[in-house]
Design a protein around this ligand. Sequence first.
Ligand SMILES: C[S@@+](CC[C@H](N)C(=O)[O-])C[C@H]1O[C@@H](n2cnc3c(N)ncnc32)[C@H](O)[C@@H]1O
Length: 365
Amino acid sequence: MAAVANSELNGSPTERTAQLLRLQSAACREIGSPLYGDLLALAADDLLVGGPVAQVLAGHLQTRPAGVLALRMLGAAHALALSGRAPELAAWYPSAGGVIDSEPGSPHAWAALKNTLAEQPDAIRPWLDWPPQTNEVGRAAALIGGLLNIAAQESLPIRLVEVGASAGLNLRADQFYVPGDASSYGDPGSPVVLSHGWQGAAPPDSHVEVIERTGADLAPIDPTSAHGQLTLTAYVWPDQTDRLARLRGALAVARSVPAELRTESATRTVTSIELVPGTWTVLWHSIFRQYLDETQRAELAEGVAALGAAATGQARFAYLYLEQSRSGGCPVVLTTWPGGERRVLGTASPHGIPVHWSAPTSARP
Ligand SMILES: C[S@@+](CC[C@H](N)C(=O)[O-])C[C@H]1O[C@@H](n2cnc3c(N)ncnc32)[C@H](O)[C@@H]1O
């Protein structure tokens, strides 16, 4: 969903939240989940008439728009369906072995969701306290292209650091496969195939060697535990089978390619990074900045500037991100030091795939 400011909403907290549910409904529809498009439109109506959605969301109507309350609620219900605790709902979720509701508006799926919310509010509410941890593997298509650009600039081993890493699945991006006509990356036998991942000008054909993988998150998820795997799957939308396949592949890679995952704020992570001679240190984040307040954003920017100032030709630093812009697109932006050259490498969908790579343009340092 494109970033929405509080000032763009109007009415009571209930009315504002209903507007957010409708905006999220449109966003889900646009990026490939007709099911969530239908369910959230109906959930908005239910909230306004004081139905089960209103009961579940009571006390949470002041959540910032960027907190995506709608996806917190739906993630909770999806977890119940996936774990056998909401069989009525599972029957309409392909991810849980069910079928797509073929009637316009998904009335059967909505009836099942409404019943689940009405019957199990206490199982839903704890999920409302945390931002969705959608560790979207498709975003690795942007990360891989960024790493190829970095390695093309200077071929050095890479120490990869991710803030807001969720389960750190994308710290293994170099192990994934991106097929393409003009250019492809990786081992075709990888469990993760990022089909249609790249469009436009292909990234450079350079050699990427990742020697360290460190992720941090306020609430990291262990991708090797059963609970972690359920949580990650619950945040994928139930009718998006491609995303589910990517996730399952990445969970398999995570079992064989270790990464360090810390429980800490992005501010703490960035201020604790030290550059190492003979390497690139690459700081990466995706669809994470919207969760920061102004102070946290300023701290992140200050930390990046300090690392840039400390970089040398031997101990290099790169800052790479995929984040939503106010205009709705998600630019992939790379800045490298020494020098501080900033380039918009391309634009991606919020789930990463496809990335439209542009011919690199230099912007402000
Ligand atoms: C939408 S998820 C994106 C996860 C991952 N970057 C991806 O693209 O798949 C946002 C993540 O940011 C984390 N987060 C939010 N605020 C944070 C902060 N101040 N420091 C570290 N992590 C934070 C959340 O816990 C959540 O896991």
